[in-house]
Each structure stands twice: as structure tokens, then as C-alpha cells.
Design a binder for this molecule. Structure first.
Ligand code: GLA
Length: 673
């Protein structure tokens, strides 16, 4: 007996046939795609594989689907990890589904859960496992969701890189075979974002998956011999299998699924809308100044106040003291774990210093790295067993530091109390939460290390929500922990330590494919390029940082009066367009981004190529064809120049590049026709 169910999202539907052994996808796309024969159903005979291998299954254990990718691999210790199950319960309406499958031999119960995120085109899927048997079960593969897509072969877009080079957009065509990305770091990592987009090799429409999980993970895609693509996403049990004791439960993280008929750009808008929905009313995004690139570890009250004065003068609203403010932190070999302000650096007291910054009209923010510990710290001397370690084995230092086992209750309580002390002692309204090394070694290997760690990390972020108006910037050596759970419980993300202009442009391009502009923390700095060293103007750096949440990280005490005046004008401009940038629909144009609200369109554009040579030789300005405009006319807010929507759409907005003018901000207001 098979039952058909359709889940209804904002503009899309997801239709499933619920069978006795597994659910199958029937259709996933714009409303109405379910009215017709399934493009995924197998019409042929099955040779050399099982029925489930050829079927468009949503979720199945190995045993039932042995060859083309199972979602769950589980068994009793020392016994085969192949299971078979049957449907015992099926509860569904148009917003959610709970399908219960039971393996009679082991007593494993798996509830497959589907939930529509209201008013979005995002569907959350996950699985809850309960061990109703009397023997522990070992989980070797633990998918949150699998999904088949009606593509012929697949065009895959993913975001990859390394430290200082995160979110590089890459696309490959996969006519057959497998593709896999993931992380064993205990955090999502810099190498791949836990995000994948799938398209047909010819079509525009795009399907996406993104994980709500800040631990180790894997996403893969397999194109079977018929050309059908199946994507699986979930936690990566690492270093060993996960154990479910008799009577216990294991809950998979959510895999978020999204669809757009409008290609990767449209898919990005679906993800942006989702992130805007989960931010609820937390929309405040002050212009910040962060002193890290200006002073490094050489933090002290006079130098910070000098920076703060200039920051206030150019229009910053928040001053953040980065690393280096606490005892033992003259460099990166000490101090982590002992979160007490260094009185030698703040002779009048840290409280007085914070008050002095606030007296300039700036909010105050602070950097912390709560999960880290320096071997030289007092914390480590008192609690050497709190850091991850395996008895008799060396501890590996990365950036001269160790990682606390946040899965432990005592570590969690220590960090919770430390954060509370900081936030109740000083008027802090912004925390930059960093993490500068991955988890290794992972002893003791008795429990679910990643799961316990992530659980407490989430509780701490939830705790921070309880302090009125404290904003949280999530960071892990740049963008090493950018996932939808971190995003749900923070306000902005620091995408990369690379702030060089042309490098940043490609990092931001990738970031905005997966995440919303109001999550993208971006600073204007003095940094030269790491990968692309071509110099760019101060204006270019500002316009680039204005594409998300504007910050300044340069040594502004060294800026000339003219540079400060330019900065002041650009910060003021940004404040004017901030709402449109953070709430508008994003359309990507070549070397430009367009933000669209009904009343106003903002275009940020950068020249990255050759200059046209004007006015020295004949030439014409570059044109940027705009998208999603309302019929009628628009007026350039600065020059007053009027343009018809048809002109802007089909001829394009003119931008005039010269040697001294390599970036532009254009604000276009819709005017009555
Ligand atoms: C990490 C962060 C940087 C900065 C330094 C401080 O690298 O990504 O932004 O905070 O740590 O040590």
C-alpha cells in the first residue's frame, strides 16, 4: 500500500509516495509539478541491483538499498550493518510528515520527519532513531536526508577553498558517478561549505541542500546509470561510529532543502529569505570598527581610544576590541582560557576603558574564543583534563593552542559562567566568537563527541540571546564555522580573514550564493591582496564592504584627512542604503550586485578588468542590465537622472570607469509613471 502526500511551500510543492519500506519522491518544484506522472518512477526491469537501488527513494538503510547509496548504515556491534524496515505509522498534513519505520530484528525505530518552513521554499528534513532493542547499535552512516532529482546527469555548484580563501564558487558537470564534500574538523571547516546546488546540465532550475549542523558532515551526489541524481546529506560519524544504547535516541540534524526555477541566483534568494525569516526581529547591524588588523596583539587603552575617536568621527557605531585584551595574550602562545582583562594594558581598569569608548557615542564589542585553551594558561594548569587528549599520546598544537572538550558539562559550565561574567560586568553589546583550531585528538572515545560538543555550543549561543541586544559575530579563523545552525543563533558571520579587495570580491560572491547579505560581515582594511595583489582604491574597498554588513578594520589613525572625509561620506551613504542591502532581493550581475525593494534598487559595482581608456581614446561606458524592476521610471538619487525601466533592463545602467574611479554605488528610486 502506497499513500501519496504533497507538502506545500510558499511557491513550491514536494510530493512523496509513502511505501511500505521507503518513501519515494514523486515531484519537487513549482506548485502543480505534482499533477502528472512522476519523472522519477522507474519504468524498467531491474537487473543485478535491487528495486530500491533503482527507485527514487527519500531515505533507506543499507540492506534495502545496498548499491546506490543508503542513508543509514547501522547494526549491532560485531554484526552486519545491514537493516530492513517496515512502515508502522504515517502522519502527514500539508506542512509536515512523520513516517515511522521499524526494523524488527534490531528493534531500531526510525522516524523520518519533513517540515515546511512557513512562507519560504525551504523544507527541513531529519531523522530520529530510537533503539527499542536490548543491544547497543552502532551507526556508521547517519544521513539526515536523501533526495533524488529529475536531472539527466548533474551540474553541481559548491563552495570550496581553504583558510583565507573560503567560499570559492566551483561548478562541475557530473554525467555519471559520485561527488563528495565534507569535513572531519568537528566544525564545518574552510574547505567546503556544507551546501550544494544541483542543476540540470541544460536547465535553469536549481535544487539545493544546506546543513543545519556545526560539526563534521558530508554531502554527496551520485548520478546513477539512468542519469538520475541522488543527493545525501548528514553528519559524518567521526572518528568512529555513533552508538545508540538500548532505550536511547539519536536525533539527526536538519538538512534544509530548497528549490528555485530561476537558477543559482534564484536559489540564493530562497536561502536569503530563509535566513531573514530565522533572524526574526534581530535586524540591527551597526557599522563596526574592529582593531585587529590595526594593532594585532598590541592592544592597550591609549591606542584603542585613538582608533575609537577616528572611528566615531567617520561614522562607525560600534567599536570591537579583538584578540589581545586579556592576561597572558601578548602573542598567540598564551592566555586563552583566562578571560580576565590585562590590567597592564588597561591601567585605569577595563571598565573605565569601555566607558571611555562608549562616551564617544560608540557601542562596545569584544572578541572571545571560548572553546580554546593555551597550554601556558592558568586554566590549563588547573584542568589539563578539560582539553581533548588521549592518554599516552601527544597533544597536537594548532596555532599554539588546544581545544576544550565542550561536550563535558564542567567545561560548558565554565564557559557559560565566563560569558555571563563578561556580559554582566561590562556594557558589551557585541561578541565576536572565534575558534581557531579544529578538534583533535578526539579522546575519550566513549561518547558522541561531536554531538555533545555541538549541543553545548548551541546552548551557549542560546544563552547569549538572553542578554538584551548583544549581537554575535560567528567566526572560526574566518569562515570555518558557517552553517545554518550557527547562523540561526548568531547575527553575522565573518566569512574570511582575507580582507584584500579582489580576493574578498570572490569570497563574497560565493558567500552570497548560500547566505544573506545581512549575515556577511565585511571590513574595509589596508590589506594588500594575498591571491590577487592588484591595488584598488579606498572607494572600491568601501563599496565592497557595503555589499554586506559594513565594518572598518584599517589603521584609520594613519588615514589622511582626505581619506577620512571620503570614508565619512561613504559610511553615510551606506547608512542610507543599509535597509535595502539587508532586506532587498539580491540579483547578481557581472562584477556588480543589485538589491531590489519595491521602492528602491541599489547597485554596487566594481571594475576588476581593464579600463576602457576613456577619455584618452574613444569609448563608451560599461552597461549593467538590471533585473526585477517595476514598470515605469527610476531616478538616480544622486544625479537625479531619470531612466525608464525598459532602458535599465534592456540597455543597462551606465557605469563610467576611469583610473581613479573603480567602484560605484547607484541608488535608483522608483518614481510614479
Ligand atoms: C582569527 C580571526 C581573526 C582574528 C584573529 C585573532 O584568525 O578569524 O579575525 O580575530 O583570530 O587572533
Amino acid at each position: 500500500m502506497t499513500t501519496r502526500r504533497t507538502l506545500r511551500l510558499a511557491t513550491t510543492t514536494y510530493t512523496v509516495d509513502i511505501g511500505p519500506h521507503w518513501p519515494e519522491l514523486v515531484a519537487w518544484g513549482p506548485v502543480g509539478v505534482e499533477d502528472g506522472p512522476s519523472p522519477l518512477a522507474n519504468h524498467g526491469r531491474v537487473h543485478f541491483i535491487t528495486e530500491a537501488d533503482a527507485a527514487p527513494v527519500d531515505y533507506a538503510p543499507r540492506g534495502q538499498r545496498p548499491f546506490f547509496g543508503a542513508d543509514l548504515v547501522v547494526g549491532r556491534p560485531g554484526e552486519p550493518r545491514e537493516s530492513w524496515w517496515e512502515l508502522t505509522e504515517n502522519k502527514a498534513n500539508h506542512q509536515q510528515m512523520r513516517l515511522t519505520y521499524v526494523d524488527k530484528v534490531t528493534g531500531l525505530e526510525a522516524v523520518l520527519i519533513y517540515q515546511v518552513v512557513p512562507a519560504t521554499d525551504v523544507l527541513l528534513r531529519h531523522v530520529e532513531l530510537t533503539n527499542n532493542g536490548d543491544t547497543p547499535l552502532e551507526v556508521e552512516r547517519f544521513g539526515s536526508a536523501g533526495v533524488c532529482l529529475p536531472t539527466r546527469g548533474a551540474r553541481l555548484t559548491y563552495l570550496s577553498g581553504q583558510w583565507a580563501q573560503e567560499f570559492q564558487r566551483r561548478t562541475i558537470d557530473l554525467p555519471a558517478g559520485e561527488f563528495r564534500i565534507g569535513s572531519r574538523y568537528g566544525v564545518p571547516g574552510h574547505n567546503y561549505a556544507p551546501w550544494l546546488a544541483v542543476q540540470d546540465q541544460h536547465g535553469e532550475q536549481a535544487w539545493g541542500v544546506s546543513l543545519v549542523w556545526p560539526g563534521s558532515w558530508e554531502i554527496d551526489a551520485e548520478v546513477d546509470p539512468t542519469g538520475m541524481t541522488r543527493v545525501r546529506a548528514g553528519r559524518l560519524p567521526h572518528p568512529g561510529p555513533l552508538v545508540i544504547e538500548a532505550g536511547a535516541m539519536l536525533i539527526a540534524p536538519y538538512a534544509a532543502l530548497a528549490y528555485s526555477p530561476d537558477g543559482l541566483d534564484g536559489l540564493a534568494r530562497v536561502w536569503h529569505a530563509y535566513e531573514r525569516r530565522i533572524r526574526r526581529d534581530r535586524t540591527r547591524r551597526p557599522v563596526l570598527y574592529n582593531s585587529w588588523e590595526a594593532t594585532g596583539f598590541a592592544v592597550d587603552a591609549p591606542s584603542q581610544l585613538e582608533l575609537a575617536k577616528v572611528a566615531a568621527d567617520v561614522g562607525a557605531e560600534l567599536f570591537v576590541v579583538d584578540d589581545g585584551w586579556f592576561t597572558g595574550r601578548g602573542d598567540d602562545t598564551g592566555g586563552l582560557g583566562d578571560w580576565t582583562p590585562d590590567e597592564a594594558k588597561f591601567p585605569g581598569g577595563f571598565g573605565k576603558f569601555v566607558d571611555d569608548v562608549r562616551a564617544l557615542g560608540l557601542d562596545f564589542g569584544l572578541w572571545v574564543e571560548p572553546e580554546a585553551v593555551s597550554p601556558k594558561s592558568r586554566l590549563y594548569a588547573e584542568h589539563p583534563d578539560w582539553a581533548y587528549r588521549i592518554d599516552g599520546r601527544p597533544q597536537t598544537l594548532i596555532r599554539n593552542q588546544l581545544l576544550l572538550d565542550l561536550g563535558r558539562k564542567d567545561v560548558y559550565e565554565y564557559i557559560s559562567a565566563m560569558l555571563d561574567r563578561l556580559l554582566t560586568t561590562y556594557p558589551i553589546s557585541y561578541l565576536k566568537w572565534d575558534m581557531n583550531r579544529p578538534a583533535t585528538p578526539r579522546g575519550p572515545a566513549l561518547s558522541d563527541l561531536d554531538g555533545d560538543y555541538v549541543h553545548h555550543y548551541k546552548l551557549l549561543l542560546i544563552q547569549l540571546r538572553g542578554y538584551k541586544d548583544v549581537l554575535v559575530e560567528a567566526c572560526a579563523g574566518g569562515g570555518g564555522r558557517t552553517d545554518l545552525q550557527t547562523i540561526a543563533y548568531s547575527d553575522v558571520v565573518w566569512p574570511s580573514d582575507n580582507t584584500a579587495p579582489l580576493d574578498r570580491l570572490s569570497i563574497q560572491d560565493g558567500f552570497l550564493l548560500a547566505h544573506a547579505p545581512d549575515r556577511m560581515s565585511s571590513w574595509v582594511t589596508d590589506a594588500p591582496g594575498i591571491f590577487d595583489a592588484r591595488p584598488r582604491s579606498l572607494r572600491f574597498r568601501f563599496v565592497l564592504a557595503m555589499a554586506g554588513v559594513l565594518g572598518i578594520g584599517a589603521d584609520i589613525t594613519k588615514w589622511t584627512d582626505a581619506q577620512r572625509a571620503e570614508a565619512r561620506a561613504l559610511v553615510a551613504r551606506y547608512k542610507e542604503i543599509r535597509d535595502v542591502v539587508h532586506n532587498g532581493d539580491v540579483y547578481r550581475l557581472p562584477d556588480a550586485v543589485q538589491y531590489v525593494t519595491p521602492a528602491t534598487t541599489v547597485v554596487l559595482a566594481w571594475n576588476t578588468g581593464a579600463l576602457p581608456g576613456i577619455p584618452d581614446v574613444p569609448g563608451r561606458p560599461v552597461r549593467l542590465p538590471l533585473q526585477a524592476l517595476r514598470p515605469g521610471f527610476y531616478a538616480d538619487r544622486e544625479s537625479g537622472a531619470p531612466y525608464s525601466s525598459a532602458h535599465l533592463t534592456h540597455v543597462g545602467l551606465p557605469v563610467h570607469w576611469t583610473r581613479d574611479h573603480d567602484a560605484d554605488v547607484v541608488v535608483l528610486d522608483h518614481v510614479a509613471t
